[in-house]
Design a protein. Structure first.
Length: 329
C-alpha cells in the first residue's frame, strides 16, 4: 500500500526497497534530510515491514569519536520511531492529525559488529507490530508498538514502545491542563540559547566532535555520582527538526547517553547497547532541567554497565532513562 508519495511497490517482490525516502509528512519531519525510512509495506493485519537507510555522513548521528565507528544507536531508535509513524499512516489508516506520544520504551542491540559502518550506507529492515484494541468509536487511543531490526536478514535489535495516540487538539488540551498556561515554543528561545554556554561540557568527554551536539553544562561530580544541567541548543536542527513546545524525548535520551559517557570516562570505546526510558511529564522549555546518575557499578559478565539517569524539573522527577553501555570487542 502506498500513500502520499510512498515508493511504488515492486510487483515482483514483497520486500520493501531502499531507493528513495518517504514523504517527510509520513514520519512527521520538516527536513527531507532527516527522513530515513525508504519504504513501508504491510505484512499482516497489524504488521508492517519497513526499509531504512542509515546515512554515512550526518552532522548529528555520525558525530562520534568511538572506534570502531558503528551506526548510532539513537539513529536506529529514531528510525524505529519513523517506521512506527509511517506504518500508522500508510497501513493502520491513522490520519495525519494524529500524534504518537511515547510513555515508555525499551531498546536493545544484540549485534554491534553487524552495525560497524562500512563503505556503503546501512540497509536495515524493521518489522513492526501494533498491539492494542480500538475503543467503541473505532479509534486507537493507546497501545504498544513492538519492533525487530534486521541487517542482512539477521536480527540485530529490538524496540518496544507504549504509546498514546492523540489528535493535535487533544495534545494541546493536555499540555494546557498540565501547565495551566500556554506553553512557549522553541522558536521563542533560539536567540537566547545559541549553544555557546561557557559551562558546556567539552565535546570529547561525551563522545562528540562538534560542540553544537553537546547537551550538558554545569557538570557536578561528588561521592554520590554526576549531575549536569540539560542545555541543548535549539539551533541543532537534528534534535529540533521543527518547532516544539517541549523538550522531545529523543533529546532527553541523548542527554542520558552523554551523562553515561561522562560518568564512565571512556567515550572512545563505549557504545550504547540498551535503553529503557519512562517519561512521566513533558519537559518544559521555561524551567531548568537537571539530570543525574549514581556512580557506575562493575560491568556484568558481558562487560556491560547499566546506569540509571533521572531528570528533574521544578522539584519533580519528569523522566528516567536507564542506559546500558558496552564495548564492541
Amino acid at each position: 500500500m502506498t500513500t502520499h508519495g510512498d515508493p511504488e511497490p515492486d510487483p515482483d517482490s514483497s520486500e520493501p526497497r531502499h531507493e528513495r525516502t518517504l514523504d517527510r509528512a509520513l514520519v512527521h519531519k520538516a527536513a527531507v534530510s532527516e527522513v530515513f525510512v525508504t519504504d513501508v509495506r504491510p505484512t499482516g493485519e497489524r504488521t508492517v515491514r519497513t526499509a531504512v537507510q542509515l546515512p554515512l555522513v550526518h552532522a548529528y548521528y555520525n558525530d562520534h569519536v568511538q572506534s570502531p565507528a558503528t551506526h548510532d544507536a539513537l539513529l536506529l531508535l529514531e528510525a524505529g520511531r519513523q517506521a512506527a509513524i509511517a506504518g500508522t499512516h500508510a497501513h493502520m489508516r491513522f490520519d495525519h492529525d494524529t500524534t504518537m506520544i511515547v510513555d515508555r520504551f525499551t531498546f536493545a542491540l544484540d549485534d554491534l559488529k553487524a552495525l560497524v559502518i562500512g563503505p556503503q550506507p546501512g540497509s536495515v529492515l524493521i518489522d513492526t507490530e501494533y498491539i492494542g484494541e480500538p475503543n467503541r468509536a473505532g479509534r486507537y487511543r493507546k497501545g504498544r508498538v513492538a519492533q525487530r531490526y534486521l541487517v542482512g536478514g539477521e536480527p540485530v535489535g529490538e524496540h518496544v514502545m507504549d504509546v498514546l495516540f492523540l489528535r493535535h487538539r487533544e495534545n494541546d488540551a493536555l499540555r494546557r491542563a498540565q501547565r495551566g498556561t500556554p506553553a512557549p515554543l522553541t522558536s521563542d528561545y533560539e536567540d537566547a540559547r545559541p549553544g555557546d554556554d561557557p559551562r558546556r561540557v567539552a565535546p570529547e568527554r561525551v563522545g562528540r566532535v562538534h560542540p553544537l551536539n553537546v547537551v550538558l553544562a554545569g557538570e557536578l561530580v561528588d561521592e554520590a555520582g554526576v549531575s549536569a544541567e540539560f542545555t541543548p541548543s535549539f539551533r541543532n536542527r537534528s534534535l529540533f527538526d521543527h518547532v516544539y513546545d517541549h523538550l522531545p524525548a529523543m533529546t532527553l535520551v541523548e542527554g542520558a547517553r552523554q551523562l553515561a559517557l561522562l560518568s564512565l570516562d571512556a567515550p572512545r570505546t563505549t557504545h550504547t547497547v540498551g535503553i529503557a526510558a519512562h517519561f512521566a511529564r513533558f519537559a518544559e522549555l521555561d524551567d531548568t532541567v537537571r539530570l543525574s546518575a549514581p556512580r557506575p557499578g562493575p560491568p556484568d559478565e558481558e562487560g556491560r554497565v547499566t546506569l540509571p539517569v533521572t531528570f528533574h524539573q521544578n522539584g519533580a522527577e519528569i523522566a528516567s532513562v536507564t542506559m546500558t553501555m558496552g564495548s564492541l570487542l
